[in-house]
Design a protein around this ligand. Structure first.
Ligand code: PEP
Ligand code: MN
Length: 271
């Protein structure tokens, strides 16, 4: 056992984490899709139906949004959580959404099947501990300048609360690159696989910041061995209240899933 990450490194078998009845870290390449933010029942339902029809197994949607500007749309809060739960139940998909601060965790845990910890909060120990104590699986996004060691140490905070249901998510890091919102660090997927039993997803939406890059980087993420993808889908991305430029349409999502279905068997995955 390593003294560095005794829990994140423990064991030789891959851990399978369940969000609702969806297994992440097994043979299936799991697609999590939905809007960046929950905006309205109609908007969420349109994304959820499209996501499900194409083959997504989990619905995403932010209710508490970590926006760069305090004047930007901050999310619908509790109303957003209720909409996410209702639409998820209606279409038959488990749901994941972000908690921004420790005191929100019990509320988010009440409505969601899994709690997302965002990139901006990856280093916030009290939030990690609260998520760890929540009883829900935790989807931990990599901080935008976090090393692999820091990323796994944040997972360790959750695991050390006795919560072994941790899913890592690469979402791009800050570099000098000027053509992309972030630089998607796909090499972290095999790096994580080498030292940790935890499953790892890739989010090519935040990882690139632009719609036309989402499908190519999704295909690359699958090929490099990610356990799944988290993708922002919006029925009218140009009107989205957050992350419209990187949100893909239902048609683009369906086309991407068709491509991923061809890639999956080549790398020993099903979809
Ligand atoms: C999100 O998933 O909508 C989000 C805010 O992601 P990140 O924390 O990776 O920026
Ligand atoms: Mn977003």
């Amino acid at each position: 056992m390593s003294a560095v990450y005794p829990l994140a490194e423990r064991g030789t078998r891959a851990t399978v984490v369940e969000i609702g009845d969806v297994e992440i870290g097994g043979r299936e390449l799991v697609l999590i899709a939905g809007p960046c933010s929950v905006e309205s029942e109609e908007q969420l339902r349109a994304a959820a139906l499209a996501a499900r029809a194409a083959g997504a197994l989990v619905l995403r949607g932010g209710a508490f949004k970590p926006r760069t500007s305090p004047y930007a749309f901050q999310g619908l809060g509790k109303e957003g959580l209720a909409l996410l739960r209702a639409v998820g139940d209606e279409v038959g998909l488990p749901v994941v959404t972000e908690a921004l601060e420790p005191r929100q965790v019990p509320l988010v845990a009440e409505y969601a099947d899994a709690i997302q910890i965002g990139s901006r909060n990856m280093h916030v120990a009290p939030l990690l501990r609260a998520a760890g104590a929540s009883g829900r699986p935790v989807l931990l996004k990599r901080g935008m300048s976090a090393t692999l060691e820091e990323f796994l140490m944040s997972a360790e905070y959750i695991l050390s609360e006795g919560n072994y249901d941790v899913i890592l998510c690469e979402r791009g890091v800050r570099t000098f690159s000027d053509f992309s919102r972030n630089t998607l660090d796909l090499a972290i997927v095999p790096a994580v696989k080498k030292i940790s039993h935890l499953p790892i997803l890739v989010d090519p939406s935040h990882g690139t910041g632009s719609r036309e890059k989402v499908a190519p980087l999704s295909r690359a993420s699958a090929a490099v061995g990610a356990d799944g993808l988290m993708i922002e889908v919006h029925h009218a991305p140009n009107t989205a209240l957050s992350d419209g430029p990187q949100s893909i349409t239902p048609e683009m999502f369906a086309e991407l899933v068709r491509d991923l279905k061809q890639i999956a068997p080549v790398i020993g995955r099903s979809l």
